[in-house]
Design a protein around this ligand. Structure first.
Ligand code: PMP
Length: 416
């Protein structure tokens, strides 16, 4: 068992606790210091990101691409700087393989619409997994419905691990895409995406990776894993809300039709014929989320300045400690016991409703998420209405986990 004293009390970054960089963590709710365990939903923002947003509006606020004037050029340059930064962050071959979207959800919808228009025909199939977020299920259901295709699902076991041997039967000559989450937001399972990509590629099938939960925790190298598409959200990795990334291999993005029509995504427009713009602008219709794009760079700067290996080890220690401590609580059952997990612990306590547990914890200053976490099929699989979910970030501490466990003891005595 990992004793609390074997783990650093908090993660240190540039000579001070990393949580010092996050102003929102230092507040009281209901008269108690906040414990924020809802990081899989969204992370708090470091001061540098908050400052970058204010600086943008105080200095170079302007619409991009269309202006000849100084501010517009500055804003355009800053936005394109972020694109290069994102490309380097995930090791994309080209900056134009990075498309700015509103988030993971829009990135997946873009591919589901546009790739399906290119490649999906009646009788084809798309393969997803049993542990997908709704945003990696519903867009494919819509695409399959639109094109007369079939949606197939890789099953999982009671531990929350995918049954990969089933891929041999699920993938066939009519499979047009595999869309799979790297890390499950509800179970914390880290999926063996490399093995899945290799299996799919052996049959010439492209793969989309939902990296919403991976981007804040795992180094991403899209060329090394050789995925065809990868989607993630800025707000889950210390960045602003409303900005997301779609990475796509040039060979696919070039061939795919636009997702939305409007300004910026065209070269020329007449009533007879419109010519589309080059990558990446073909997929970026309208005024983008300029401030979000520019300030995403500050989030990546922060994330990359963190010693990632140490941060990962620290998060894994917190996860192990929290798991062991929570298991001491009578009648508490952890949902999702995969061998390889990221910092997510979903649980239920017998004879209590997750919502009641969440509400009482909130009144004790502890922010957790309750419900189905946009993964209803997972809840159906386990035959439960929802879970209480504790999701960790590098700024969480052992003391916070201890407070959670003590508070849960009180919650249980109040509810039972
Ligand atoms: N996929 C996963 C695994 C997620 O955790 C989330 C967010 N909970 C999403 C997709 C959707 O992300 P967003 O709401 O930022 O578009």
């Amino acid at each position: 068992m990992k004793t609390a004293s074997a783990i650093l009390p908090y993660f240190v970054f540039q000579n001070k606790p990393v949580r010092e960089y996050f102003p929102a963590l230092h507040q009281q709710v209901y008269g108690q210091s906040l414990v924020y365990f809802d990081n899989a939903a969204t992370t708090q923002k470091p001061q540098s990101v908050i400052d970058a947003i204010a600086t943008y509006y105080a200095t170079i606020n302007s619409n991009v691409h269309r202006g000849v004037h100084y501010l517009s050029q500055q804003a355009t340059e800053a936005g394109e700087e972020t694109r290069k930064r994102v490309a380097a962050f995930i090791h994309a071959r080209h900056a134009h393989e990075i498309i700015f979207t509103r988030g993971t959800t829009e990135s997946i919808n873009l591919v589901a619409y546009s790739y399906s228009k290119l490649a999906l025909k009646a009788g084809d199939n798309i393969v997803i997994s049993a542990m997908e977020h709704h945003s990696n299920i519903v867009p494919w259901q819509i695409a399959c419905e639109d094109h007369g295709a079939e949606l197939r699902v890789i099953p999982m076991d009671e531990n929350g691990e995918l049954l990969l041997h089933t891929l041999d039967n699920l993938l066939d000559a009519r499979t047009r895409l595999v869309a799979i989450t790297w890390i499950s937001n509800a179970l914390g399972t880290v999926n063996p995406i490399q093995a899945i990509i290799q299996k799919a590629h052996a049959l010439g099938i492209p793969v989309l990776i939902d990296a919403a939960q991976a981007a804040p925790h795992i180094p991403i190298d899209v060329q090394a894993i050789d995925c065809d598409f990868l989607a993630f959200s800025g707000h889950k990795m210390f960045g602003p809300t409303g900005i997301g990334i779609l990475y796509g291999k040039e060979e696919w993005l070039d061939r795919m039709p636009p997702y939305q029509g409007g300004g910026e995504m065209i070269k020329s427009v007449s009533f007879e014929k419109t010519t589309y713009n080059d990558l990446p602008f073909k997929f970026e219709a309208g005024t983008p989320h300029i401030e979000g794009i520019i300030c995403l760079k500050a989030a990546i700067d922060f994330l990359e300045a963190l010693p990632l290996t140490e941060a990962h080890i620290y998060e894994q220690q917190l996860l192990q400690y929290a798991t062991e401590q929570l298991q001491q609580i009578p009648d508490l059952r952890i949902i999702g016991q995969a061998k390889k997990k990221s910092g997510v612990i979903s649980f239920i306590i017998e004879d209590t409703h997750p919502y009641d547990v969440g509400v009482l914890l909130d009144k004790m200053g502890i922010a957790v998420r309750t419900g189905h976490h946009c993964t209803q099929p997972i809840m159906d699989f386990f035959g439960i209405p929802g879970t209480v979910r504790v999701s960790l970030a590098v700024y969480n501490t052992v003391a916070e986990i201890d407070r959670l466990v003590q508070s849960l003891d009180r919650v249980v005595s109040m509810l039972k």
